[in-house]
Unconditional design. Structure first.
Length: 419
């Protein structure tokens, strides 16, 4: 049973609430020291029972915030592992959020939510999530203010708390996510701006300004890619909401330039996927710039594929050259060999000709015609090159399709030439 000497704490606390001047600073300090002593002696249950008469006023901001009494209750609440389970039956989180909207204490709300979550607060999280989703959707229509009071900022905090508490991880992991959310809220509010399509917690009126403001904050460089993905995904939607397209495009290009110079971090990836589970991973996968290692792997794969293609083409060239060589040796007229070569685009005819010229070295009939055939193939190569240059200069030309067909001309390795 709690010693009589400690009961003064709760009487003095009541006096401090009624009249702060009745309790001196050194008395508050001694009260905290005695609470610590009581905790080491195993009196937490008794402390909790006597503090419940103060907790509701503390949580709902019914006393001067950051007053000596408020700070003392906060001090005890952070040590009371039964606070959350007690509050589950008495404190409605929507009412709590709306109260702190009225008081304007966003950081206080976040601190209180973290304390409740850590000490076992239980709610119908799915129902609360539906309510919060609707609140965030309505912000697109109603804005982020209720009269002169900012609401969006607070609704995002409660939404984040709800999503973290719903996450299928243990309570220790949830607390780490809450701590991470609190410490990185400065960046995460940019994320909420694009994910909710509503500018929250900024005086800006367009997304170009929000984006430029982000790129000016170098401390957030490792997380630029997280903001970039939904911004690019919702570019047209954000422009439809009043941001000029050319200004947002310029801001996006500036962001992408900064991203190339930044070293990305995946530190917040898991948290963002918890906060925005249905769509964020897909957005990230569609728009996240590839890491150097990923690019290196893709280049290696392309090289391997190209090498395979080159080997196949070389085999086809060698086979065709061998067929043509056999045809010449079988007295097929050289004009037919020439016609067969000229059927191919110049860039394919040339390596076949070179291989064939090697195979037929010393053949008199071939030697007499080879120079003329070579010159015709060269002329065809020059013509194709000039045509390609003209198309590059005149994008959209009708000739483009013809050239593309020529470029895609496929070699037929098993084509037989009759003797």
């Amino acid at each position: 049973m709690m010693q009589q000497r400690y009961l003064y704490i709760f009487e003095l606390l009541r006096e401090g609430i009624l009249d702060a001047d009745n309790v001196q600073w050194y008395e508050w300090r001694q009260m905290k020291q005695d609470v610590e002593t009581m905790l080491t002696q195993g009196f937490m249950q008794e402390i909790h029972e006597r503090m419940t008469g103060f907790y509701e006023d503390y949580l709902m901001g019914r006393m001067p915030r950051r007053s000596s009494a408020w700070n003392f209750i906060d001090y005890v609440a952070k040590r009371d592992d039964e606070l959350g389970s007690w509050a589950s039956e008495r404190i409605d989180l929507m009412s709590l959020a709306e109260r702190w909207i009225e008081l304007g204490g966003s950081q206080t709300l976040l601190d209180i939510l973290a304390r409740l979550g850590q000490t076992g607060y239980v709610a119908d999280w799915q129902c609360l999530r539906s309510t919060m989703d609707e609140k965030l959707r309505r912000m697109e229509v109603d804005g982020t203010r209720n009269g002169m009071k900012e609401t969006g900022y607070f609704y995002c905090l409660l939404h984040a708390f709800t999503m973290i508490m719903m996450a299928e991880v243990d309570i220790e992991k949830k607390m780490k996510l809450l701590e991470q959310f609190s410490s990185q809220w400065g960046f995460l509010r940019y994320m909420y701006c694009v994910m909710t399509r509503t500018i929250i917690g900024f005086a800006f009126t367009n997304y170009a300004s929000v984006t430029n403001n982000l790129t000016n904050n170098k401390e957030y460089e490792p997380f630029y890619h997280l903001y970039h993905s939904p911004l690019k995904e919702r570019f047209d939607e954000l422009c439809d909401k009043g941001t000029k397209k050319e200004k947002l495009l310029k801001a996006l290009q500036k962001l992408e330039l900064c991203m190339k110079q930044a070293t990305p971090s995946d530190e917040l990836d898991e948290l963002c996927e918890v906060l925005f589970p249905e769509e964020f991973r897909d957005m990230l996968n569609r728009h996240r710039p590839k890491s150097y290692r990923e690019l290196e792997g893709e280049i290696c794969k392309i090289k391997q594929e190209m090498q395979g293609t080159i080997e196949v083409l070389n085999e086809q060239i060698n086979e065709l050259a061998a067929q043509l060589s056999a045809a010449v040796k079988a007295s097929v007229p050289i004009i037919e060999i020439e016609n067969e070569l000229m059927r191919f685009p110049g860039q394919q005819a040339w390596p076949i000709f070179m291989q064939l010229n090697t195979l037929l070295m010393g053949n008199e009939a071939w030697s007499q015609a080879a120079l003329a055939i070579r010159n015709k193939i060269r002329a065809k190569l020059t013509q194709e090159w000039q045509l390609s240059m003209n198309i590059t200069a005149q994008a959209g030309s009708n000739v483009n399709g013809v050239v593309q067909q020529q470029a895609n001309y496929s070699i037929e390795p098993n084509r037989q030439i009759s003797a």
